[in-house]
Each structure stands twice: as structure tokens, then as C-alpha cells.
Ligand binder design. Sequence first.
Ligand code: RAT
Ligand code: ZN
Length: 421
Amino acid sequence: MSSKPSSSVQKTVSSVFARTPVTDIHTHLFDPAMGSLLLWGIDELLTYHYLVAEVSRARPEMTCEAFWAMPKSTQADLIWQELFVKRTPVSEACRGVLTVLQALGLNVNTKNLSDIRAYFAAQTVCGYVDQVFKLAGVERVYMTNDPLNPVERLVWEKGFERDPRFLSALRLDSALKDWPQSAGHLKALGYAVDTSLSGQTLSEVRRYLNDWCQKIEARYMAISLDPAFTYPDATASLTNLMVKAVMPVARERGIPVALMIGVRKAVNPALGDAGDSVGLADIATVEHLARDFGDVTFLVTLLARENMHGLCVAARKFKNIVPFGCWWFLNNPSLIREITAMRLEMLGLSFIPQHSDCRILDQLVYKWTHSRAVIGDVLASKYDDLARAGRPVSEADIRRDLAVLFDGRLINQRLSAVTAY
Ligand code: RAT
Ligand code: ZN
């Protein structure tokens, strides 16, 4: 473990980092022109599913059904009272809300939410997007786009003027998981698929992927996967769909595939989005995919802390594996510190340290403020170690390093090109 960074390097890293625009490669935010899909404001912040899980522990006698039956503003009031007023809000998700309110100049010690609600009621969405991006130091975010969500599909079909700060990623979960039920969704959109994986069905799935990648200008395709996902496995529908539909389309379009592995969906369904859990992914599966599809870039994030070392090793073997982010339950300062140090030690600068996973616009402020502090600290320690080995870094080195890590270029890593970092 590196010693504590010297304050002069730390200061330079933190001032350069504060001026380094970030590309956030995985969020659940939407272009403001997509209307109600973009969530923002205090009630959304407080009812974030990370806090729903926490309030269910604070009020064990309350059923999930009773919580969901409340209007959103009542849920938010309850969460504020239970987690912020009656208790000290030490959890990362609680602290995040306070970081946002503080950055906006609001009173974090208020007993009720009326002044905070009044502040948000006075904002326009466009002005607020500008403000949040500025406070967060974020230049661009990737959305998670799902044409099988009827509300979202309608917006794409109608067409709108794109905000260049919101890039697209085609999410595959609802189209490919739970096959053959998901075949019905594609059929309803006019794709001639049946429940088998016949040649015609696979070609129609590829047509769906191509059509929608084209329509939304997807920069990558993404899927979240159960820890049991295995490749090769000729008997599993999802593996076959990945191999025979997703990979050829990724290859043909020259776009990466993001694998987000390790989520055990709905272990407690009553909690809704807060009801998913974690499991250990199979690193060999990631390696075998990278080996057999050497011309496809795999952006890989895994949910289990215990998988972090194995993923670094896999990325050392296969240059088309790009580890990214500290995902979901790993997005906590103590874990970000450990994971970032390990990745720098094993991969140098050839990984994407963080994504926010924001579901609510305002969260960009806290997720990036908190991550910057920890990642900056870890990087400064490494620079101190280098100085001790006779290679002090200059401010220009730091600027170049942070740009490589955070400007999103590693997503488009061209496998044939020689890269100099
Ligand atoms: O972090 C989250 O909010 C999760 O609920 C998921 O969205 C996860 O990040 C995913 O993209 O599946
Ligand atoms: Zn996500």
C-alpha cells in the first residue's frame, strides 16, 4: 500500500482533476428533450433505490407494499425524517444527497423539505442540466437506451433534436434475456422471430440491433448478466444470442460490447429496483469471449468485490478487455480506493476508473465529487511512489494521465492502432 500522498502532489492532482472534463460512460440519465424520462429534483433524489433499501431497514415494521402505496413526495418526506433527521446520515447514499444540496447552496440541516422543494420548483430543466454538469465537472454522459421501453421508443420514433452531451448506448437486457419470452417483444415490433434460435430468428435479432444502433447512434451495446452467465455454452439461449447476434453486429459496426456481470435480479422483489443482489462472476467466461472475439472491445464491469483482482488479470491477458467503473455496491469510497489502487498497479492507465450509474441528474454532482476525491488521492500516492523512484511527474503528465482515464477515449480503443499510454 502506498504511503499517504505528499500534500503538494495531492494539491496539483486535485486542482488538475477539478479542471479535467469527465465523460461518464454509464448512467441512466436521458437527453432533456426526452421529457419525463430525465429524473431530477429532491423527491427523486431521496427516493433513489439505494435509499429505499436503507429506509426499509430503518422502519422494519413498515411493509414494502405500504411504502410503495405512498405518493412519491410522502416517500421522500419519510426518508428525509428517518435517515437524515432522526439518524446521522453516514451512509454513502445519504452523504451524497447532502453533497448535492450543499453544492446548490441549500440548507442541509433543515427539518422539512419545503424550502428545498421551492428551490427545485423554480428551476427549468435546461438551466438545471447546465448547472449540474458544471458543478459535477462532467462534459458528456452515456444514456442507457432501451427501445423496448414504450415511453422511450415513442420519443425516438417521433424524433428530437439531440443534446450532444447525451450519448447513446443500446441496452440489450429486455430484448435478449428471458428468451423465449423476450421474443414476443421483438415480434411486436415487427421482427420475424420465433421462440427457437433458427437462422431466420438470429438474422431478425441482428436486424433489430442494427436498426436501433443506427437510429439512436449507439456508441456501444450493453447488457447486465447473472453471475451464472457462461461462455461457451451451446445450450444457453442467451449465450447463443450474444455469440450469433450481438458479436456480429458489434464487429460489423465497430462498437464495443459492455458486459456488466454479477447481478442476481430480484432476490427480494418487493423492494423493486432495490431488490437485486450480487454474485461471483466467471472470469474464464470473460477471457473466453475476449479470446474468441479478438476484434471486439469488451467494456467489463463486475459487481462482486472478489472479482476485481481476477478482472485485472484477465485484462492483462486480453487487450480487448477494458475494465470500467466501480459498479453499484462497489461505488463506495473504501472500495473505490482499493479497486483503483489495484487497477493502477496492474494495468497502468489502461482502464476506465469510474462511471456514475446516476439515475437522477443531480447525483452527477455527488458521485463525481466523491469519486474524484478518492481516485485523485490514490493517483497522488502512486505519483509519490514514482518520485521516490526518481521519476517525479510534472503537471503536464498529470493532465495527460487524467485525460486518458476520464475523457472516454478508452471506449473506442482501436484494437489495431498502437496506443501511447
Ligand atoms: O446501479 C443501479 O442503479 C442498478 O440498479 C442498475 O441500474 C445497474 O447499474 C444496471 O445498469 O443494471
Ligand atoms: Zn446502471
